[in-house]
Design a binder for this molecule. Structure first.
Ligand code: URP
Ligand code: ZN
Ligand code: ZN
Length: 467
C-alpha cells in the first residue's frame, strides 16, 4: 500500500513524499509518484503524513480507593487512536506490600483484551524497601525500564528524600530512568490543612493546596538528588515556569557531563489555566489534577521550553474520570475528588491549534515532541515514533486546514472536559496501527482490542547536556 500525495514533516518543513507500507511495517519513504493511486493505495493530497503519536504518560483504568477508577482501557485507547496516538505508556501502581512485578502483571491483565492501541508500562515505587529496590534490575531486563517516585502525597505515595535517593541509586545502577512527581508532600499537606480549617472545601480551592513553590522546591531537590546519585531523571507533568528554570539550571550545570535531566509537559498545563477553577463547578471538577492548572503565563513559558528543546516530551497525563464520579466525590470536599484530567485524544489537534498555528512551535519540533522523542527516550525508537523503513507502520493522516468546534467522541462519558467546544484547527482523518486501518474518515473502523504490549529497553543513557 502506498500513501501518496501527502507531505511528511522534516526539520526543513513539510515535504511531499509517499509512504510505502507492506504488512505491519513501513518499507520505503519515496519521492512522490506522478501516476494516479493504484487499487489499495491511499490519496493523501492536502494532508500531512505523521508517525503515530506516542504518549509517554497515561493512566487508563487506574483504580483508586472506594471502587473508583479512571475511564478504562477500551474507551481511553479508542480516544487515543481517534486523536492520532497509536502507542501509550501507562503506569502500573502497586499497592503497599505488593511487588512491582505483581502490579505490572495486574496492569497487563486489565489492558490485554481491551486495549486498542499499543502500550508499554512504567511502574510506580511507593516503598523504597530492600525488597522493592531488588526488583529494579529484573524489571528492567523484562522491559520495564522506567520507574516513578513521588515527592508528593504525604502518607500515601510520598518517598522521603533519603528514600528517593535510594531509589535513584538503584535505578542508576541498573541503567534505568527515574520519573519524578515533583511536589513537596509536606508543603501541600500544610496548605491543605489550612484550607480545610478555614472551611475552603469547594473544588475551586484545589490549586491552593498545590502551591507553585512546592513544585519548584521539589523539582530542585529531585535534580540535586539525581545528580548525586548519577541517576537519569525525567520531571513529569511540569506545570510552572520556575520548574523549567530549575531544569534549565540543572542542564547547564551538567554540560560537562552528569546524568540526563529531562522534562515533560502535558497538554493541560500548556493550554489551560487556573481560570478553569473559577468558571463553573463542572469545569472546576474537570480541572482537578495534580499539579493543578496554573495562572496564565506559566503555559507560555513551558511552551517556549518545548520550542527551544529544554523540554523533550509533550504528553497528557491522561487520567480521566467521568464527571459524575468527580461530582459525587466533591460532596466530601475537593480533597476527596480523584485527581486527573483527559487529553490523550486531544493532544495532536490542540497542540497544533495553539502552538503550531500560532507560530510558537515549528511543525518538526511538534512532531518530535509528540512521537520521535518519547519513542526514543522510552526505549521504543526501534519500532515507533518515526516514518522510516523497518519501523511499525503506525501512520496518521492529518488535515492541517480543517476548522471546527471540538466535541467529545459520540457515546463517551467525557462531557464537560477541559477541551469540549473549543475552536480547533487540524483533524486526524486516518490512522493505521502496524499497517492495519483503525481510523477512517475520523471514525474508528476497527474496535477489536488489537493493541500489543511492548517491552521496552532504553538505549545508551542520554547525556546531561542537550543531544
Ligand atoms: O492528577 C493527576 N496527575 N493524576 C494522575 C497521577 C499523577 O500524579 O500523575
Ligand atoms: Zn504524578
Ligand atoms: Zn500521571
Amino acid at each position: 500500500m502506498r500513501i501518496q500525495g501527502g507531505k511528511i514533516l522534516t526539520a526543513d518543513g513539510p515535504v511531499p513524499a509517499d509512504v510505502v507500507i507492506e504488512g505491519p511495517a513501513i518499507v520505503a519513504i519515496e519521492s512522490p509518484r506522478a501516476a494516479p493511486p493504484e487499487p489499495g493505495d491511499v490519496e493523501a493530497a492536502g494532508r500531512w503524513v505523521l508517525p503515530g503519536g506516542v504518549d509517554a504518560h497515561t493512566h487508563f483504568g487506574m483504580p483508586l480507593a472506594g471502587g473508583v477508577a479512571s475511564l478504562g482501557w477500551r474507551e481511553s485507547s479508542a480516544a487515543a487512536l481517534l486523536g492520532g496516538t497509536t502507542t501509550v505508556i501507562d503506569f502500573a501502581n502497586p499497592e503497599r506490600g505488593e511487588s512491582l512485578a505483581a502490579a505490572v502483571a495486574r496492569w497487563r491483565t486489565q489492558a490485554d483484551g481491551s486495549v486498542l492501541c499499543d502500550y508499554g508500562l512504567h511502574v510506580t515505587v511507593v516503598e523504597a524497601t530492600a525488597d522493592r529496590l531488588a526488583e529494579v534490575p529484573p524489571l528492567l531486563a523484562a522491559g520495564v525500564p522506567t520507574f516513578k517516585g513521588f515527592l508528593a502525597y504525604k502518607d500515601r505515595l510520598m518517598l522521603t528524600p533519603p528514600e528517593m535517593s535510594a531509589l535513584m541509586a538503584a535505578v542508576a545502577a541498573a541503567g534505568g530512568l527515574l520519573l519524578v512527581h515533583a511536589e513537596e508532600g509536606e508543603l501541600n499537606a500544610q496548605a491543605e490543612a489550612e484550607l480545610l480549617a478555614a472551611g475552603r472545601t469547594a473544588p475551586r480551592w484545589h490549586p491552593e493546596a498545590h502551591p507553585v513553590e512546592s513544585e519548584v522546591h521539589a523539582a530542585t531537590l529531585a535534580l540535586d538528588l539525581a545528580r548525586e546519585a548519577g541517576c537519569p531523571l525525567l520531571i513529569v507533568h511540569m506545570s510552572a515556569a520556575g520548574t523549567l528554570a530549575a531544569l534549565r539550571r540543572a542542564r547547564a550545570d551538567r554540560e560537562d557531563g552528569g546524568p540526563a535531566a529531562l522534562g515533560e509537559v502535558c497538554l493541560h498545563h500548556l493550554f489551560a489555566d487556573d481560570a478553569a477553577y473559577r468558571t463553573d463547578e463542572r469545569r472546576a471538577l474537570a480541572a482537578i489534577c495534580s499539579p493543578p492548572l496554573r495562572p496564565a503565563g506559566h503555559g507560555a513559558a513551558l511552551l517556549a521550553g518545548l520550542a527551544d528543546g529544554a523540554i523533550d516530551l509533550l504528553s497528557t497525563d491522561h487520567c480521566e474520570f467521568a464527571l459524575a464520579t468527580k461530582a459525587r466525590a466533591a460532596a466530601g470536599g475537593f480533597v476527596k475528588v480523584p485527581n486527573g484530567c483527559g487529553g490523550v485524544g486531544e493532544r495532536l489537534v490542540f497542540s497544533h491549534t495553539l502552538a503550531v498555528c500560532e507560530g510558537r512551535l515549528d511543525p518538526w519540533r511538534w512532531q518530535q515532541s509528540l512521537s520521535g522523542r518519547p519513542a526514543e527516550l522510552m526505549g521504543l525508537g526501534a519500532r515507533k515514533g518515526r516514518l522510516a523503513p523497518g519501523l511499525d507502520a503506525d501512520v496518521v493522516l492529518f488535515d492541517p486546514q480543517a476548522r471546527y468546534a471540538w466535541q467529545p467522541a459520540p457515546g463517551s462519558d467525557r462531557e464537560g472536559s477541559l477541551w469540549d467546544g473549543r475552536e480547533v484547527v487540524g483533524r486526524v482523518t486516518d490512522v493505521w496501527l502496524r499497517g492495519a486501518p483503525v481510523v477512517r474518515d475520523g471514525r474508528l473502523c476497527d474496535d477489536q482490542p488489537g493493541g500489543l504490549y511492548l517491552p521496552r529497553h532504553l538505549g545508551p543513557a542520554p547525556a546531561g547536556a542537550r543531544p
